[in-house]
Design a protein around this ligand. Structure first.
Ligand SMILES: NC(=O)c1ccc[n+]([C@@H]2O[C@H](COP(=O)([O-])OP(=O)(O)OC[C@H]3O[C@@H](n4cnc5c(N)ncnc54)[C@H](OP(=O)(O)O)[C@@H]3O)[C@@H](O)[C@H]2O)c1
Length: 306
């Protein structure tokens, strides 16, 4: 089968290419999915799990892209809950080969059934962004109705979903990003938008939850904006600066079949709309990863025509 592989950590993006790979093995409780569409997260080549297995052993060359939508073609030993021919979508294990491939092995519990009327390219945009946004806002951030949340990168993959979920939960939303993201963020429902290049982040005022997807200086400057008792949630790096009277959390998104099903329902109801900036073929995945090549929202890789 054909897959995108990354050769080794030192080469990084330069070591990414379209390659022939062996068809994957279905382990216990796995399914093999014929991938129709897949997504990736821009920073994943920096994550340890891209290069090593859970025991820390080198597993290169590896296949990136850990969110997918497709059709089950094989069940592993003892697998229940899904069947051959079923449409599914979900998040695959960060420490195994991913979904930028014609076939991928995934634990069945990490996938949810995909309703027939949802396009694979739309479904593939939901698992990482949708689960990360939900877990960041509500599980870690404990955001509730009437509170204020500041969401950095509000027009991006995770931020754009977080804005919609926070709005629906009845929160006041301050979004940040670059000038090019302003219109997208306002259309998604932010109450205020701060262009981090030309406006002062500190003018945003305090928030009960600050959700950071940028890291570095933006993350450091976010801690003082957390209201007493509030939470600074980061998905890029552990915060170095702690809120004076609040919590700081860094986390990596976890699979959740029930939440995926809930996100699919919101999508069908028109309450949630992933921002898909581009859909590109598998051979163009290396270009899609390149900094500066990305369009607002998610870039989705179409692996198999429906
Ligand atoms: N821990 C986890 O579980 C987890 C899960 C998902 C994602 N992540 C990480 O979170 C990060 C964001 O992911 P994503 O999919 O949302 O990425 P994305 O689609 O690129 O969104 C990031 C947004 O932030 C904006 N931005 C970035 N740097 C900025 C700066 N210095 N000033 C102003 N705006 C800036 C981007 O604008 P431009 O597009 O104009 O640059 C974009 O709108 C990535 O590093 C990813 O790897 C972590």
């Amino acid at each position: 089968m054909q897959a995108i592989t990354v050769r080794d950590r030192d080469a990084g993006l330069a070591g990414m290419s379209l390659t022939d790979m062996p068809y994957p093995h279905a382990a216990e409780n796995d399914v093999i999915v014929r991938v129709h569409a897949a997504g990736f997260t821009p920073g994943e080549l920096d994550w340890p799990a891209t290069w090593t297995d859970r025991a820390g052993r080198d597993r290169t060359p590896t296949v990136p892209g850990h969110e997918l939508s497709g059709v089950v073609v094989e069940l592993g030993y003892g697998t229940t809950g899904l069947s051959v021919g079923q449409r599914v979508f979900g998040l695959s294990d960060w420490a195994r080969d991913g979904a930028l491939a014609e076939y991928t092995a995934v634990e069945a519990r990490n996938l949810a059934p995909l309703p027939a009327d949802i396009d694979h390219a739309v479904a593939a945009a939901l698992p990482i962004s949708g689960l990360t946004a939900w877990q960041g806002l509500f599980d870690h951030g404990r955001l509730t109705t009437g509170q204020t949340v500041l969401i950095h990168g509000a027009a991006g993959g995770v931020g754009s979903i977080a804005v919609q979920l926070a709005r629906e939960a009845g929160a006041r939303v301050i979004g940040t990003g670059r000038a090019s993201g302003r219109d997208t963020a306002l259309a998604l429902g932010v109450d205020t938008f701060i262009d981090l290049q030309t406006e002062k982040l500190e003018d945003a005022g305090e928030a009960d939850v600050v959700f950071d997807v940028i890291g570095g200086d933006v993350l450091d400057r976010s801690a003082p904006l957390v209201r007493a008792g509030g939470t600074l949630v980061s998905i890029v790096m552990p915060p170095k600066v702690q809120p004076k009277d609040g919590r700081a959390v860094f986390f990596v998104v976890e699979p959740d079949r029930t939440r995926l099903a809930d996100l699919a329902t919101r999508l069908r109801d028109g309450r949630l709309k992933p921002v898909v900036g581009a859909v590109r073929p598998l051979a163009e995945a290396p270009a899609a990863f390149a900094p500066g090549q990305r369009t607002p929202g998610k870039t989705i890789i179409r692996v198999t025509e429906d």
